[in-house]
Design a protein around this ligand. Structure first.
Ligand SMILES: CC(C)(COP(=O)(O)OP(=O)(O)OC[C@H]1O[C@@H](n2cnc3c(N)ncnc32)[C@H](O)[C@@H]1OP(=O)(O)O)[C@@H](O)C(=O)NCCC(=O)NCCS
Length: 271
């Protein structure tokens, strides 16, 4: 068994590993993650049996994600070794992750603490009416303000991710009376359909309007939104077809920042 760097040409094997867990990631979704992350793979006899990624958000915060050990190889310490090797590389940084039920014991063992729940809501989205706020498509001139708002809400520098979204996703913004940016959201292809996220907003109403804005063009299609339990969007999402199909746990280690809970994650991997 050897731990190696995960190379782009190995992503088809990584996709097969995640699909064996019934995770929805397509090859394109792994490719997106790899443009923003560093990866490790565990190989046995040349075959990939485990993966783990680390995504750095600025100099102080890293996310750990896509931690998967093939079913037949579990309970032998492989997940623990992978986590330890990733954590050794980033000593001193705050570490964040979103844990599945399967992962939570391992993460607690290596020092992560639970902070809250995320509801995974998905389904065929029904038409939810037109937004009643001043929602409009983002323009290239909005990018700097989006990065600033996202970094402030998340207490981490996600400029590389926002720049990726500007190139590959649709973004919308909501502005206040003085023209200041109050929130933004993005929609992109992911897994079985589309994800609306990140959704960053100052209020539930603004978040709902950002969702309405995208829902108009996605009505009848498969849409996913991962939303923080504490923000109260979930019952409203269920009303128009996005049912809660799983609950996962936000965890942190070596906490040094004060991020806000978010109305919509970019993904469970990317927060
Ligand atoms: C979560 C997952 C990655 C764990 O992988 P794994 O290789 O089975 O985990 P390990 O064998 O390293 O850990 C198993 C146990 O041994 C412990 N362990 C292993 N080596 C250890 C060591 N050197 N010191 C202390 N504890 C150790 C682990 O903490 C864990 O404890 P537990 O028995 O109380 O649960 C695996 O179950 C998986 O891929 N699940 C499906 C995908 C998924 O949900 N991933 C999590 C995404 S957030």
């Amino acid at each position: 068994m050897e731990i190696t760097f995960l190379a782009r040409q190995q992503l088809d094997q990584a996709t097969a590993l995640s699909q064996a867990e019934n995770w929805p990631h397509r090859l394109e979704d792994w490719q997106m993650l790899m443009t923003l992350s560093q990866g490790r793979a565990v190989l046995r006899g040349g075959a990939m049996i485990a993966t783990a990624l680390r995504t750095d958000y600025g100099p102080d915060v890293s996310l750990l994600n896509m931690i998967i050990v093939r079913q037949s190889e579990r309970s032998q310490g492989i997940g623990y070794k992978l986590m330890s090797s990733l954590m050794d590389e980033v000593r001193g940084r705050e570490l964040r992750l979103v844990a599945t039920g399967a992962g939570i014991r391992l993460y607690k063992k290596v020092g992560f603490q639970s902070e809250g729940k995320i509801f995974q809501c998905q389904g065929e989205i029904a038409s939810v009416g037109l937004p009643d706020d001043q929602i409009r498509p983002a323009t290239p001139g909005d990018t700097h303000a989006i990065i600033e708002l996202d970094s402030r809400f998340l207490a981490a520098d996600r400029s590389a991710l926002v720049q990726w979204l500007v190139k590959h996703a649709r973004l919308a913004v909501v502005r206040g009376a003085e023209g200041e940016l109050c929130g933004y959201a993005a929609v992109r292809r992911f897994g079985k359909g589309h994800v609306i996220g990140p959704i960053q907003a100052n209020s539930e109403r603004q978040a709902q309007n950002l969702i309405r804005y995208f829902a108009v063009s996605l009505a009848g299609q498969f849409v996913r939104i991962d939303t923080d339990e504490g923000l109260g969007l979930m019952p409203w999402l269920e009303d128009f077809g996005l049912k809660c199909v799983d609950t996962v746990t936000r965890m942190r280690k070596n906490s040094q920042t004060n991020p806000r809970p978010v109305f919509g994650l970019c993904s469970q991997a990317l927060g």
